[in-house]
Design a protein around this ligand. Sequence first.
Ligand SMILES: Cc1ncc(COP(=O)(O)O)c(C=O)c1O
Length: 437
Amino acid sequence: MRDKYEPMVNTLNKYLDEILPNYWYNIVPDLPKPLPPPIDPPENSSRIELLQQILPKEILKQQFTIDRFVKIPDEVKEKYGVLGRPTPLYRAKALERFLDTPATIYFKFEGALPTGSHKVNTAVPQVFYAHTEGVDHVTTETGAGQWGAAVALAAALYGVKATVFMVKASYDQKPGRRALMEFYGAEVVASPSKLTKIGVEIVERNPRHPGSLGIAISEAIEYALENGYRYVMGSVLDVVLMHQSVIGLETMKQLELIGEEPDVLVACVGGGSNFGGFVYPFIGLKSSKKMEFVAAASAEVPKFSKGWYKYDYPDTAGLLPLLKMITLGKDFVPPPIYSGGLRYHGLAPSLSILIAEGIVKWVEYKESDILEAARIFAKTQGIVPAPESAHAIKAVIDIALQAKKNSEKKVIVFNLSGHGLLDIENYRSMMLRYQKQ
Ligand SMILES: Cc1ncc(COP(=O)(O)O)c(C=O)c1O
């Protein structure tokens, strides 16, 4: 039996090995304008120097690299394989039929990874570097719990402890994700918490504060600094977008194998990591065809329509250096929408440039709009998308219907950044709130 099937399995592995890249792609040298450097505030101590105590050394090095390609360590590549990379690229034929569109729709399914989203693509290298530098405890923030679950898994793989500050609104809304993190062995704390000075201050001012990613980041950093741990970050930093480039590099290879080239690429945007990871290789490495790039964000966190492009802190307490980015201001408290991963005031600096230069287009959708899109996708393709990813689906549906009006045979490719099986109770609440049936 084994003799019969082993060659087949090995051929498959060889083929998969061809798709999984050996290098991450860094868009920084290919940006239309130089990336404005992080800066220190005029008063107070240097935040840039503080980074050396906060981040693993190799992460800090990669954050500032201008190399176009950075080798993925063999150890990390092996873990990517263990966790199920390369992820599948599917054609959404049933959705095409439902929309009766001449467009062809493909989606890259990051929800196939064990914690249900793309976040593990950067959790693994960040925890790997921390571990190789002798660190035995990492801290982080999480919104919806997707990033926290990814860190909890990566920490378990390397035998490192993890403390996750989970935004209070999500801590209450998403007990399943909290349980998943704890199952992997992480300590999960509702943020704002009583473990840090900033948390205590905020709770004293407003004991019912719903929390925000900005606050949770500040707490995770303060806790790491106080205890000599290292902090790992789930989005916004350009090094995180670089790690996520495995998504786009694989997609390019997969499309190449079937002889297809996209006209439009779509992904949702919180801090920008799944968008950057998916789209940047197409922006920087493929210029033969004119492509459109669409970033889908939340109208409840209206950073594109109401934000500024200016220097701002990535975290509420201002412990990190100022980044030039599109931002709603570090003190913006987003409403407690169920797309917890989109509840962030800022945006990765590289993506902010691409938006400001008009290279990447954007759309914003209300929670009530994305519910219908998520249900259409579930009822046609069978997959319950994460509410964050449903923003991308809504954009894809709009583009496909426009293509129908114009009789255009567009090729639309989007990133399904996560599945929503652990968000199903939240969808139920949304249905009660927004729909009759
Ligand atoms: C499934 C999913 N998609 C998207 C996001 C948004 O983050 P980013 O913009 O960094 O990809 C998150 C964040 O938690 C998420 O969980």
